[in-house]
Design a protein around this ligand. Sequence first.
Ligand SMILES: CC(=O)N[C@@H](CCC[C@H](N)C(=O)O)C(=O)O
Length: 374
Amino acid sequence: MATFKWQTIRRELHQIPELGFQEVKTQRYLLDKLQTIKTDRMTITTWKTGILVHVAGENPAKTIGYRSDMDGLPITEETGYSFASQHSGQMHACGHDFHMTIALGALETIIENPPDDHTVFLFQPAEEGPGGAWPMLQSEPFQAWKPDVVFALHIAPELPTGTVSSRPGILFANTSELFLDFTGQGGHAAYPHLTKDMGVAASSFVVEIQEIISRKLDPLESAVLTIGKIESGSVQNAIAETARLEGTIRTLDPASIGIIKQKLEQSIKGFEVAHDCSISVDYGANYYQVTNEQWLTDLFADVSRECHIAHQEAAPAMTGEDFGYMLKEIPGFMFWLGVDSPAGLHSAQLQPDEAALETGIRAVSSMIHALSGR
Ligand SMILES: CC(=O)N[C@@H](CCC[C@H](N)C(=O)O)C(=O)O
């Protein structure tokens, strides 16, 4: 029965994905659900499209924070779900519908059986971009209830349901978005010699910059440079005057991001001369690495085993998370929750196993209780 309730909530949230700082319906939905479980112990406040919920402890010595992200992605869903996204071109393709449902479930468990310490549940907007963690961290409501310790989870499609995974130290990478705009001389497709073709320039650029990782960075450093979107031209028989590339840079060492940006800028200068064009670069949102505190990660492994949830050591991943900014200021950790989906994160076919909702709720609420009074 309880599983059915969380499944319903997850499905309702799945239908209303919204992009970063546009989570208006999502916020309304969560506020309505929170009203149904509201007690005198709970204080609810909003910040932008986010929500903070304070639950007073029985005998508080500190505040424990738990964070869920809220936003969807600009991806057109291809799951075939009967409860697929009702928002055209937007999808919960990174599991934030799961994350929010689990936070609600853990909150309800905590209300039913309050720990000694205070708890703060953070529903944070804009994780996929432009980044809600950093401004939320500095907001007045966050500072008023600032947790002494904070944690979060992320679904892991490649791990079996009923399992969790984490590691001490670095779990997620440093990231920087990358937006490049090429401008040259367009013209008729039949007269290429009279133009500066930005379709050709941008395509060559995508290929050339692969060498930054393979030839210009120390091979012992872990790094990714991905162009995920290419846009150029408007018709088959004209040469494009503009092109836009959108991508992301990822590194495990924060210093490597600077090296990659410097090499990129050198390539840009060379390309401007070689292709007689101008190229502007914008690094968008930058996230700091997720670094897990050793004692908290160890405690989580013990808690998981005690509640019969299989725990395995994770490897660092090149995914990014603005939760890294919270962990930079407050001791904490993040863990992966197995959801056994053949399609991965950011796939239009992502189908996490809803049985994992119960595992997530149990893992989070048990960890809050284990932390309380320590
Ligand atoms: C867990 C996850 O998938 N997070 C996102 C974070 C995106 C950061 C930013 N928009 C960027 O692309 O650099 C990820 O793509 O790893």
